[in-house]
Design a protein around this ligand. Structure first.
Ligand code: PLP
Length: 392
């Protein structure tokens, strides 16, 4: 079995599974209870936050626990929109954000907010000039993802932060769900006010994430209730999963430089192998500064992406079409269309995403299966174009 869909989700570390099970068994108290079991749970909650904050170089009270990346994005964007609407009603994002960002902005537009969706170039990267042009005194929020979940392009977060230094009232949110533990994101140095994270992307449990919120930024809470998470996210905390998330973050951030070098080495091997298959076309830039270390995206023009995914599945190899949320559909990828790819390419996009635990032998095994799959499927391509020719 070769699981190459790490951008969709990752297998949790064994240590994480053990830690979650142990806390579920032994420390099931409610952290809000005043007795000993409650205090034990509260202690675990606080120490998990200390670990996360320490690893990220921020304060524990700047970490707000959530149930997933989607919730973190909603909390950030709606929280800013509703809290700061008296300052202005304009917000800026990009055309290639995850649906948990784009759908929120669409909803806010219906509520009267004005939203600018910045275009991207053929590399899948926004232009700083376009951002500069869109910014005004009315802009309350800029929300830009660090790594695109589909094609893996990396946005210039540090440069955007520098540009925003001239707009102290504009809040800067980064969707770091795909990038955290893969690329650096020092929020204080890069003037990032808010960033979203999700544990299942870095070998933690599903159903748990967090939002980094710089002290001094205020958000209107989405959930009212018992006042947990500084009143920002009421609901009894899921202590086992939070402990699991802290452990996963610590393990993934260990030896980050070596892991990153390993991922780029694997990436180079995959890119070279895919470039050598004439039927396939790599998507976007392959420059390492402009692409995530764990994602390679390409298309098989003329072939529906699902056909390739299922053909590889028969060989026990698992990759993705578009992102996990929309992988059932065969409509063109909006991200690829935004990058200027043809419709033919945009319905045939394939994503391979991997981990530092994969080896060069795994990359070679995948490439060999891919070559065979393309050879098997290529005649179908010619039949389809011949049929089209007869119809003309
Ligand atoms: N943002 C990005 C860039 C993602 O890739 C994803 C998940 O694929 C999310 C947000 C949503 O995260 P979650 O699955 O934890 O809700």
């Amino acid at each position: 079995m070769l699981y190459l869909d790490h951008a969709a989700t990752t297998p949790p570390y064994d240590e994480v599974i053990d830690a979650v099970a142990e806390v579920m068994k032994l420390h099931y108290g409610n952290p809000s209870s005043i007795h000993k079991l409650g205090m034990q749970a509260e202690k675990l909650l606080n120490s998990s936050k200390d670990v996360i904050a320490g690893l990220l170089g921020v304060l524990p009270q700047e970490i707000i626990y959530t149930s997933c990346g989607t919730e973190s994005n909603n909390m950030a964007i709606k929280g800013v929109a509703y809290n700061y609407r008296n300052r202005g009603n304009h917000m800026i994002t990009t055309q290639i954000e995850h649906p948990s960002v784009l759908e929120v902005f669409k909803q806010l537009e219906k509520e009267g907010f004005r939203v600018t969706y910045l275009p991207v170039d053929e590399r899948g990267i926004v232009s700083l000039d376009a951002l500069q042009e869109a910014l005004s005194e009315e802009t309350i929020l800029v929300s830009v993802m660090q790594v695109n979940n589909e094609v893996g392009s990396v946005q210039p977060i540090e440069e955007i932060g520098k540009l925003l230094a001239a707009y102290p009232k504009t809040i800067f949110h980064v969707d770091a769900v795909q990038s955290l533990t893969k690329l650096p994101l020092p929020p204080k140095a890069w003037r990032v006010d808010l960033f979203s994270a999700s544990a299942h992307k870095f070998r933690g449990p599903k159903g748990v994430g967090f939002l980094y919120k710089q002290e001094g930024i205020h958000l209107l809470p989405l959930l009212g209730g018992g006042g947990q998470e500084y009143g920002l996210r009421s609901g009894t905390e899921n202590v086992p999963l939070l402990v699991g998330m802290a452990k996963a973050l610590r393990l993934s951030m260990e030896h980050m430089a070596e892991k990153s070098a390993k991922r780029y080495e694997l990436r180079r091997r995959l890119v070279q192998g895919i470039a050598d298959i004439p039927e396939l076309a790599l998507t976007g830039s392959q420059a390492e500064a402009e692409t995530a270390p764990h994602i390679v995206h390409f298309s098989f023009p003329g072939m529906k992406a699902e056909v390739v995914v299922h053909a590889l599945e028969k060989r026990d190899i698992y990759i993705s079409t578009k992102s996990a949320c929309g992988s059932g559909e065969s409509d063109p990828s909006k991200v690829m269309l935004a990058m200027g790819c043809s419709r033919e390419r945009a319905v045939s996009g394939l994503r391979v995403s991997f981990s530092d635990t994969h080896s060069l032998a795994d990359a070679d095994q995948f490439l060999s299966a891919l070559r065979q799959t393309v050879q098997e499927l290529a005649p179908m391509l010619h039949q389809t174009s011949a049929r089209k020719g007869q119809r003309k």
